[in-house]
Design a protein around this ligand. Structure first.
Ligand code: ZN
Length: 408
């Protein structure tokens, strides 16, 4: 074997210690007392999990707080502030800031990422070019796929669709959207599905980001996903309107998503930061309740979204922290539900992105993280740090376990 992780605990079984043999970048065998030779790392009974999966993050506009003035905090203000900052983005600048964010993700055990990427006539393809270089340069640690989208509208912003198509030709793999900023939201959704069909690409749109659930664009997205056979390949993010929906409306939407195979990503930090600002007291959380959707059979993920920008002026890129944050916001405490928070940043997130070769079984890619705990429940409830990560069997980071220094 190229590498053997000894004395590991797997996510489904905290009681049994196993060894994981890795060869040619893949998991070759998992067994108790594995008879194998090779470089060995004793993980001392700690949790080994498939790497974390960031389904929705914005590398191109991360780390721009120092050049933004209005930090008033609502959605319109954040979009306007980033729109102003984008004018001076260069590929080199995007690369330098994106690199800082990608390296934080690697240090948190993230091995797969879908990054949202803005194009429009102001920024052109400069953001795309900076991130495309990051994709290449960090392939040794993380698989990054680009989802190109029109943050400031598509039909109202001539030239944007041509740029989206050009980005798809040059390596973007997913088509995104933000219909709530468009003069014709359904028209934008039509165009997003058309581009996705042209390039046989998955879809991942920002959707239904407000506190008014009286109309939901998700109905139209589900309708098109069914019409064009895109179930399992369409995801939507935010959908904060469902945090404000009456139980009947919520149930109808959940069944619609489940039936059409449309997955949903909750972005707890951003939604918590942006929503509820119009209320003088008892401010709402504005975070859609993922666990209730899981109960209807909808697949969900949790993700970071924005890092150190006007949409979210925080960010350590820890998906364990995001899972814990979600548990806090949504009153999640039962062990099974806490574990679902972990699944939504690992296995469920991988399923949303249709990642091949993901999982803890022989034959799967050796994309792994070792946490300083023995179970997913402990990871989320105690915010366990990541001590090692591996990409295709090669170690990509190490964080020494904390020690207490007692008096002699
Ligand atoms: Zn986003």
């Amino acid at each position: 074997m190229d590498l053997i992780l000894r004395d590991a605990r797997l996510p489904g079984d905290a009681a049994t210690s196993v060894d994981i043999g890795i060869e040619d970048g893949k998991i070759a065998a998992i067994a108790t007392d594995l008879a194998a030779e090779g470089e060995t790392l004793d993980v001392a009974g700690r949790l080994v999990t498939p790497g974390f999966v960031e389904t929705h993050i914005h590398l191109d506009k991360s780390c721009i707080l120092d050049r933004c003035s209005d930090q008033g905090g609502d959605i319109t203000g954040a979009i306007a502030e980033v729109a102003r900052a984008k004018g001076s983005f260069t590929p080199e600048d995007v690369y330098a800031r994106g690199r800082r964010t990608v390296e934080k993700c690697i240090l948190q055990g993230t091995t797969h990422m879908r990054t949202q990427l803005e194009v429009d006539p102001v920024v052109g393809l400069r953001g795309f070019e900076g991130v495309l270089q990051l994709v290449d340069d960090y392939r040794w640690a993380i698989d990054i796929e680009i989802c190109v989208f029109p943050q400031e509208g598509l039909l109202n912003n001539p030239g944007t669709e041509e740029l989206m198509v050009e980005a798809m030709r040059r390596g973007a793999r997913v088509v995104g959207g933000a219909p709530y900023t468009d003069s014709d939201p359904h028209g934008q959704i039509d165009r997003v599905f058309a581009i996705a069909r042209e390039f046989d690409a998955d879809i991942d749109m920002h959707l239904d980001l407000s506190n008014d659930p009286t109309t939901l664009d998700l109905d139209y997205v589900c309708e098109l996903a069914e019409r064009y056979g895109r179930g399992g390949r369409t995801a939507i993010g935010h959908v904060t309107k469902l945090a404000y929906a009456e139980p009947g409306t919520f149930a109808d939407a959940a069944r619609r998503l489940a039936d059409s195979g449309v997955a949903l990503t909750v972005l707890p930090s951003t939604d918590l930061f942006l929503m509820g600002r119009d209320q003088a007291c008892g401010q709402s959380r504005g975070v859609t309740h993922a666990h209730r959707l899981l109960g209807y059979g909808v697949n969900c993920s949790l993700s970071t979204n924005n890092v150190l920008n006007p949409f979210t002026p925080f960010g350590d890129c820890s998906l364990v922290r995001m899972a814990n944050l979600n548990a806090n916001i949504c009153h999640v405490g039962a062990a099974h539900d806490v574990v679902e928070c972990f699944n939504m940043v690992t296995t469920r997130a991988a399923r949303l992105m249709n990642i091949d070769g993901y999982g803890l079984e022989a034959g799967m890619s050796a994309d792994l993280a070792v946490l300083d705990c023995d179970s997913p429940y402990a990871a989320v409830s105690e915010l366990a740090p990541v001590l090692y990560a591996f990409k295709r069997g090669r170690r990509t980071m190490t964080r020494p376990a904390a020690q207490i220094h007692r008096p002699a």
